[in-house]
Design a protein around this ligand. Structure first.
Ligand SMILES: [Zn+2]
Ligand SMILES: [Zn+2]
Length: 99
C-alpha cells in the first residue's frame, strides 16, 4: 500500500465554514490527503478511507449537524415526489391484489 500519485486528481478543497468530513470528504492516512471519493477505499493506494473525525468533540458536533439535516430532510420529505410516486405504486399493487 503506497501512494501512486492518483489521489492528487481526487484531492478535495478545504470547505469554507464547515468540516471536511461533514461535506463527504474522506481522509487517506497513506496519501495524507482529503479526497472527494464515493468509495470506502482510496483510489490511489487502496487503503481504507477515514470518514469520521478522530476527535470526539468534532464527532459530536458532526452528529448534531447531521441530525439537524435529517430532521430538515424528513420535514421537507412529506410531499416529496419520491414519496408520492411510492404511494401511487403501492396503490397500484393493492389494486392488482384486489382485482
Ligand atoms: Zn495517493
Ligand atoms: Zn491513499
Amino acid at each position: 500500500m503506497t501512494c501512486k500519485g492518483i489521489c492528487i486528481r481526487h484531492k478535495a478543497q478545504k470547505p469554507l465554514g464547515t468540516g471536511r468530513y461533514s461535506t463527504g470528504q474522506k481522509r487517506c492516512q497513506i496519501c495524507e490527503l482529503f479526497l472527494r471519493w464515493d468509495g470506502f477505499w482510496c483510489p490511489c493506494c487502496g487503503y481504507r478511507l477515514r470518514t469520521r473525525p478522530r476527535n470526539l468533540k468534532l464527532k459530536n458536533k458532526l452528529r448534531t449537524r447531521k441530525e439537524i439535516e435529517k430532521r430538515k430532510l424528513s420535514a421537507g420529505n412529506e410531499q416529496s415526489p419520491i414519496q408520492v410516486a411510492n404511494l401511487s405504486y403501492y396503490k397500484d399493487t393493492e389494486k392488482l391484489v384486489i382485482f
